[in-house]
Design a protein. Structure first.
Length: 724
């Protein structure tokens, strides 16, 4: 395969390019030399096959070379995109980077698999918008992986198939690559819905054979008629793809028998004139079904599909579809955007190519402000890769919108200002409501008015596309601050009322400051305004306030406890002594630790037990484990409290502080923060408006005490702190 690929490549692009291709192939072979595919073949067969697909599609040399290299950065241990750039130049490196997942760089740490997938898709979409060849390589890659998926584990089959149906088949469709799309869908269908797949496949096999036999007469007659009319052309029976048949049956709730286009006859001719001539021949010989004729030559689909479609009745009254197109239209239908390279349309059609990818750039622009990758990718999947309707401007331009779109979505797609000033809409000449759901072939006219100063808030609930929603939000953010502030305040109040909360209690300055910081806002008005235009939800703010309030309440409780602590804490026994406060007879250097069973305190009669390798464990003499310890009397060792050697000691500090609510709380917070163990606390008011507090705590050394004092001094309300 390698030789064939090289020869074919040389034949197309010449010796100079062929040398680069050789280099790419040997580089990829080296990088992948230790890797195998799931079926055991050397991994490098995969990129070489992808490159050969790209060559067959008529792609240019850099794309084919990038195909050879497309997995080297992701799978090679030491290959960086910079290496590819040094060896093969910027163009090839850009293409390889576009199809390479982000994970290799190792800089990102992903929380979930899903998030990782989303980040990778975002990167892919951005790369496609910059250079559409990226999507062609990605689809060739996916096609080979799906064609060889039968050797993978069932989990991998399902995962890859899902991704294919959700992202890659729609992408292929969006770029007009009909052949790849159908094949990807049918391959994924087989693993996602195996039973449905089998059942449809069997039915189609049987019926297609029957129908083809029935139609063979018609095809023979058609050939003769075309010859008579001097039209050169080939005629074939086109089998329907399984997944699209399945979808159609689901959508129309019908059986396979009822699908008119299960079999279509396809006529491929040389020129556009011949297309219409052939249509005339067909309609003269067979009776067309009303409402089934579609002229996608005069009005191509947005993905550039062109063809004439008609459904006619055979002599037995069985309807069948006929598709008529030129060879070039056929290539476009099968290869979509890739046909651009096949026909080498030259530079002037780069604008044409730009048009083909403009939808993607549009959504990227509308979502520029979207920081969240998930939202970004969802928007693309929803707005642009889902099912869509084609509607027309009064000048006959085709606009594609997701199913369920309204005239407002249409208006915003044409231009942001047309959206903002949309007053009403006419569809096919009749005034419709703004929430009218557009249908394919509707001619939509937007009537704007300067009296309409901007969008209405209700529109947010009407529009279907994320890009229109974003534009409406942007408007409210910038244009209507006063109104937003007013409205935001009301929304927050309503939300509080619904939750039985009082804003008077919740909107304390310190809580608000926290909320503003969290949303990166400067003032309360900014917050209200943000709520007003929908940037921040009222519920989100309310819940944060409630949280902060609860936290503060817990601190208050703690404060209360501390205030009562003066009497309670002093009754408590001393903090558990530091193990260093133990003297081991005969061997003072031995490591000491307390048994968890009895927690000895200073003053308790104690005994030591020499463990294997961990030093001496110290127990109360009346510990319930003593009996078992006594079994091994040789290990018992005499120990005693060495209180004067203990490093924990009590210290009392006096704090003078402004006597007002909250002062004590501040002190407690600092002590809690330093993990200080308080044993006594008292407080009394002095005559001059201050409070004198006395705090007794356990510290291990003078340094720690100094730390406590200096931290207490930092408190605003504290006048002075000193050691008693
Ligand atoms: Mn690959």
């Amino acid at each position: 395969m390698e030789e064939e690929l090289k020869n074919q490549f040389r034949g197309r692009f010449g010796d100079e390019q062929a040398a680069i291709m050789e280099q790419a192939i040997s580089f990829a072979s080296r990088v992948h030399c230790n890797q195998r595919r799931d079926d055991g073949t050397p991994f490098v067969t995969h990129p070489l096959t992808v490159a050969s697909y790209l060559l067959d599609m008529g792609m240019d040399a850099p794309t084919v070379i990038a195909g050879v290299l497309h997995d080297t950065v992701e799978d090679g241990d030491n290959v960086q995109i910079g290496d590819i750039e040094t060896m093969f130049g910027h163009e090839v490196a850009f293409l390889v980077d576009g199809v390479t997942k982000l994970t290799k760089s190792g800089k990102q740490t992903y929380v979930t698999k899903k998030q990782e997938q989303t980040e990778n898709l975002r990167k892919l979409f951005l790369a496609i918008a910059e250079d559409v060849r990226v999507v062609i390589i990605k689809l060739a890659d996916r096609l080979h992986n799906m064609r060889t998926i039968d050797v993978c584990s069932p989990q991998k089959q399902i995962k890859k198939s899902k991704e294919t149906i959700e992202v890659y088949a729609p992408l292929a469709h969006r770029f007009g690559m009909g052949a790849i799309r159908s094949e990807l869908e049918d391959l994924a269908f087989r693993y996602l819905l195996p039973e449905e797949y089998q059942s449809i496949k069997e039915q189609v096999d049987v019926q297609q054979k029957e129908r083809l036999e029935l139609l063979s007469n018609a095809m023979e007659r058609m050939k003769a008629l075309l010859r008579e009319a001097n039209i050169e052309g080939s005629i074939s029976g086109r089998p329907k793809h399984l997944y699209s048949s399945y979808r159609k049956m689901q959508r129309n709730n019908c059986t396979l028998h009822e699908l008119y286009d299960l079999i279509a006859i396809r006529i491929i001719v040389d020129t556009v004139t011949d297309c219409y001539a052939a249509l005339g021949v067909v309609h003269a010989a067979w009776k067309p079904l009303p409402g089934r004729f579609k002229d996608y030559i005069a009005m191509p689909k947005p993905n550039l599909y062109r063809s004439l479609h008609t459904t006619v009745m055979d002599e037995n009254g069985i309807p069948f579809e006929v598709q008529i197109r030129t060879k070039e239209m056929h290539a476009t239908a099968e290869y979509g955007i890739a046909a651009h390279w096949m026909y080498k349309e030259g530079r002037k059609s780069m604008t044409e190519l730009d048009k083909k990818t403009s939808w993607l750039r549009q959504v990227l622009e509308a979502d520029e402000t979207t920081e969240d990758s998930k939202e970004f990718v969802d928007n693309i999947l929803k707005d642009f890769l889902g099912e869509y309707v084609f509607v027309l401007t009064p000048r006959g331009e085709i606009i594609d919108l997701p199913v369920g779109s309204t005239p407002l979505d249409f208006a915003y797609r044409i231009h942001t200002n047309i959206g903002h000033h949309c007053q009403h809409a006419r569809v096919n000449g009749n005034v419709v409501r703004l929430d009218y759901k557009l249908k394919t072939n509707d001619v939509v006219e937007i009537i704007t008015s300067n009296a309409q100063t901007g969008p209405s808030r209700d529109w947010l609930a009407i529009v279907k596309t994320q890009s229109a929603k974003n534009k409406i939000r942007q408007w409210f953010k910038h244009e209507n601050r006063e109104e937003n502030i007013q409205r935001g305040r009301e929304m927050l109040e309503e939300s509080a009322k619904r939750h039985g909360q009082s804003l008077a209690i919740l909107m304390k300055p310190e809580y608000c400051a926290e909320v503003l910081k969290r949303h990166n806002l400067a003032t309360l008005d900014d917050l209200y305004s943000s709520i007003g235009f929908g940037g921040v939800s009222a519920g989100q703010v309310l819940h944060k306030l409630i949280d902060l309030h609860r936290k503060a309440e817990r601190l208050d409780e703690l404060q209360e406890k501390l205030e009562n602590a003066g009497t309670e804490l002093s009754k408590k026994p001393l903090h558990r002594a530091n193990p260093k406060g133990i003297y081991v007879h005969g061997d003072p250097g031995m490591a000491v630790f307390f048994g968890n069973c009895c927690n000895p305190l200073p003053g308790d009669p104690i005994i030591g037990y020499v463990t294997r390798g961990r030093g001496v464990s110290v127990h109360r003499k009346d510990c319930k484990n003593m009996q078992s310890l006594m079994q091994d009397p040789d290990r018992l060792i005499e120990v005693e409290w060495a209180i004067d050697e203990r490093t924990d000691f009590s210290a009392t500090i006096r704090v003078f502080i402004e006597d007002r609510p909250g002062s004590l709380l501040e002190v407690s917070k600092v002590l809690l923060g330093l993990n200080v163990n308080m044993t006594d606390l008292s407080s009394r008011s002095t005559d001059d408006g201050y409070a004198a507090m006395e705090i007794t705590c356990t510290v291990s050394n003078a340094e720690q005490l100094q730390l406590i004092i200096s931290n207490l001094r930092k408190i605003k309300q504290v006048i002075d702190v000193f050691r008693v």
